[in-house]
Design a protein. Structure first.
Length: 233
């Protein structure tokens, strides 16, 4: 993927001065900022109208950039986590005592990912550290997949927008690093979210699924069982 080094430098400068940057990821446009800057994080939450208690995701160009946040991981899970990166695999990891509460929200874990998107990775690499990554949309609204959708999705615009194509990834698993258990599906397409919402409330029926979802009944049944199990815990 080609990208302008000038715009990348502007984005890095904005991050270092407490700004908010928009950028493409594997699935949707994300909003990012310095995870150690509480005022910058507060700006992101305000732009999204997101509750602080829900916590945020932090992405990086490599696992080294995530080490300032990650606490002790089970030995049997470490290889699995490392092997899943870079890629659209988010893990909920135990945190170090120094990890800011404005990142974890009400939870004792932090969602982290080593991104496979070349522009998002270049941003982290040029910045020299991990950044916040949350979908560029207001709470409960459809995430933006283009720069135009981004402008329409947010009332307050980011300081810098890195324009580029989002990846083809449609779903991303979020898993618990302690147990390997799937917690929930992230970054689903809008139609898939509606279908899964219906699946959670009603028995499986083929007419629940739209043509765009293209998910087999067997897979959907497995998703339903997993999601219902997770909701019960």
């Amino acid at each position: 993927m080609r990208y302008s080094s000038h715009h990348l430098r502007r984005a890095v400068l904005a991050l270092r001065h407490g700004g908010v940057v928009a950028y493409p990821t594997e699935a949707v446009y994300g909003l990012g900022c310095d995870p150690w800057n509480p005022l910058a994080v507060a700006r992101v939450l305000a732009m999204k109208q997101r509750e602080p208690a829900k916590g945020l995701i932090v992405i990086a160009a490599d696992i080294i950039q995530l080490l300032p946040f990650i606490g002790s991981l089970p030995t049997e899970r470490q290889a699995e986590i490392v092997a899943s990166w870079p890629g659209p695999n988010t893990w909920l990891v135990p945190v170090l005592p120094t990890t800011p509460r404005w990142l974890t929200g009400q939870f004792a874990t932090l969602a982290v990912r080593v991104t496979a998107h070349p522009l998002a990775a270049a941003l982290c690499r040029s910045y020299g550290g991990a950044i916040v990554s949350t979908s560029a949309n207001r709470a409960a609204r459809r995430p933006a997949r283009t720069a135009l959708q981004l402008r329409r999705a947010l009332t307050t615009q980011p300081d810098v927008c890195l324009v580029g194509a989002c990846g083809e990834q449609r779903t991303s698993l979020i898993r618990d690093a302690q147990t390997g258990r799937m917690v929930r599906l992230a970054e689903l397409e809008w139609g898939e979210r509606l279908a899964l919402r219906a699946i959670l409330c009603h028995p499986i029926k083929t007419d629940v699924l739209s043509k765009n979802t293209r998910t087999s009944c067997t897979t959907v049944q497995a998703l339903r069982s997993s999601l219902l199990k997770n909701n019960a815990t």
